[in-house]
Design a protein around this ligand. Sequence first.
Ligand code: HAM
Length: 419
Amino acid sequence: MKIKTQRPRGMRDVFGDESDFYLKIRDLITNFSVLNGFRYVETPLVENIKTFTSSLGESSDVVSKEMFVIKGKEKGDVLVLRPEGTAGVIRAYFENGWQNFTQPVSVFYLGKMFRRERPQYGRLREHTQWGIEIINSEDPFADFFTIFVFFRFLNQIKIRNFKVKINSLGCQRCRRKYRTQLINFYKKYKNKICVDCQRRLTLNPLRLLDCKNPQDQEYKKKAPNILNYLCKFCELHFQKVIEFLDYFKIPYELDSTLVRGFDYYSRTVFEIFVENEEIALGGGGRYDLGEIMSNIPLPSCGGAMGIERLKIILDKIDFKIKKSSSKIFVAFAGEETKAKAFEIFLDLQGNNFFPVANFFKSSLSGQLDYANKLGIKHALILGFHELGQGTIILKDMEYGSQEILKLSNLTKELKKIVG
Ligand code: HAM
């Protein structure tokens, strides 16, 4: 069929089985986050461009070429679709006076992010992130706990073949010293490194370590190691994070070339990789956006995981999302029983049975087919005969056996049978 419009490139519609997945994973993540002490937070999908230029860095890929810009009517009013969640959350912290809450403030979000990247495997222009932020804590336990939360969640959903890559970028002072050494080192190979790296050398030298170009790998290997430039405080901080990871047996690998794509990070940075996958499933680290946004120090730590990438991994390990958590279906045989069946359905709802029905299908076999597709174990069937008798049929959808229950004590009887 020819239609006159199309969805934007690199964006998706979610429906059918996939929508079951997204609903379920949202549930799992929400419950898991709350259980681990994070409060849900929502910030706008659209933010003032300054929220990101000042924090992620003008030269970061996201700011320099990947933002969806919306020009406003008022002068100087430039809004963008948010490319990530952290900067908006810290803006919200200051704007809403979260300083008055008990510190640190631990929040989570689950929402869409937008980056105008070249669409490819695992890389979309609109993606969904589960993010957590522990705001206003310098404690290395916060760095550990951020990683631990993702580790624990992945284990819970049976993803075990992953590794955490971790590094420390030190504080501003350590980085200044390191940057000079890195520039001196790369200057010697200025004419040999790739064009992108030549640009990085002047714009953002740390990103030289992020180069994936095969011809540059030998320089990267020989480049000075940032871990040798950490000051006493940063070294001790990182050591503590590592000790916690060791204690809780989290599989990690030190990677001194891990620098992440945004400028706001300091000290710990990490990325989560699943075996045989080149793209990261999650990433994050320690940052201080307080200094940038409000001239007030606000040491924080956080991370985010891409839900679409998580789905790619889960599909590979054949993770099954249960179609329906409902155990009871309400069916009616004939139009004259429909209203009463609906009344029974509402009564069950009121008694926390979470029943399912399809009152738009008039044929009984059509309704039972629907129940089967949802994998529901028991169906209540109200026929004309039963209506007259004040009873209802309970059918076991797996074995086909049936029994008659009295409507007068239906909920009591059902509790005994379906729990
Ligand atoms: P990020 O590494 O840019 O970090 O994104 C986090 C995760 O979002 C990635 O690991 C990936 O799973 C997913 N993701 C990113 N871009 C795309 C894309 N184009 N298509 C599909 N999935 C994608 C951040 O955004 C930081 N705000 C994380 C953080 C929170 N750091 C501290 N707190």
